[in-house]
Design a protein around this ligand. Structure first.
Ligand SMILES: Nc1ncnc2c1ncn2[C@@H]1O[C@H](COP(=O)(O)OP(=O)(O)OP(=O)(O)O)[C@@H](O)[C@H]1O
Ligand SMILES: [Mg+2]
Length: 266
């Protein structure tokens, strides 16, 4: 297998981040989060909690959504990313796979992959990266000449991840890669993320599939209405009552003294 990307990985540090949309909607408040070099960090939370907003802040795409960072810092190693544009993030090695597995439907699979490498000079390195991506996703190799819009949902998700990998990220940001996929495809995506990580890329994973995310991640954060409600090692969080009840679908603990947030037992 070709060599993984360069391994001099920095950490991502987000400190006290506040984000608003259209100057009035407060989407994140005082959010502090770290992705260690080579770590896998899961970012969990209900709809509207601010997960996508946090990824947008890191990848420099907030302003495309009329969002703005009103205070706080985002650093990737020595590079300051707050207030920068997506090109700066990609140059620093931080690449986002957007939500909704967006691919260029009218372009072929190969063209989509090549689009992910735009701006990179060395064709030899690009070819090696493409080989690495196609080794990870043999389905994409079989369908190189096919229009991306004709791929299944799972294959489009693979292509979206593959395209991001073409930019040789040191930190990959993923927004709900398992959304709407059948269990077997979710497992496949999880395996691929594990491999990508083992090959030297850190991962910040936004997921509603909490079981999958906590199985993959070392560390996790739970966002609630724009604020970090819980954080800890993935194992710790998987044992936390609130996480088990709210996200893993387990029944409320009704033993006396348990902190039950829901309605009382009928
Ligand atoms: N472009 C936008 N303009 C105005 N408000 C927005 C915009 N994008 C998001 N918001 C608001 O910001 C808050 C956080 O949204 P965000 O999309 O980050 O949540 P999320 O955790 O990713 O949710 P989901 O799980 O549904 O994807 C929500 O209240 C949302 O309505
Ligand atoms: Mg979202």
């Amino acid at each position: 297998m070709p060599a993984p990307p360069p391994s001099s990985a920095p950490a991502l540090h987000i400190e006290n981040l506040d984000v608003t949309y259209g100057r009035t909607v407060s989407a994140l408040r005082a959010v502090t989060l770290t992705v260690p070099p080579h770590g896998i960090v899961a970012l969990l939370g209900a709809n509207g909690a601010g997960k996508t907003t946090l990824l947008r802040a890191v990848s420099g795409t907030l302003r495309h959504h009329r969002g703005a960072l009103t205070s706080g810092r985002i650093r990737y190693g020595e590079t300051v990313l707050d207030g920068r544009d997506p090109v700066a993030a990609v140059r620093a090695g931080v690449v986002q796979v957007p939500e909704g597995r967006r691919v260029f439907a009218g372009l072929t699979v190969d063209e989509n992959l090549r689009a992910g490498a735009l701006g990179r000079r060395s064709t030899t390195a690009t070819r090696a990266t493409r080989d690495r991506v196609l080794t990870l996703f043999p389905r994409l190799a079989e369908r190189g000449g096919q229009a991306a819009g004709l791929l299944s949902g799972g294959e489009q998700q693979m292509l979206a991840i593959g395209r991001a990998l073409m930019a040789r990220p040191r930190l990959l940001l993923l927004d709900e890669p398992s959304l709407g996929l059948a269990p077997r495809m979710v497992e496949r995506i999880a395996e691929v993320l594990r491999t990508i990580h083992d090959q030297g890329t850190a991962v910040l994973l936004v997921e509603q599939n909490v079981g999958m995310a906590l199985a993959l991640a070392d560390h996790a954060y739970v966002l609630e209405v724009g604020e970090v409600r819980l954080s800890g090692s993935a194992d710790e969080l998987a044992r936390t009552d609130a996480v088990r009840r709210l996200y893993l679908g387990e029944p409320a603990d009704t033993t006396p003294g348990a902190a039950a947030g829901g309605q009382g037992a009928a």
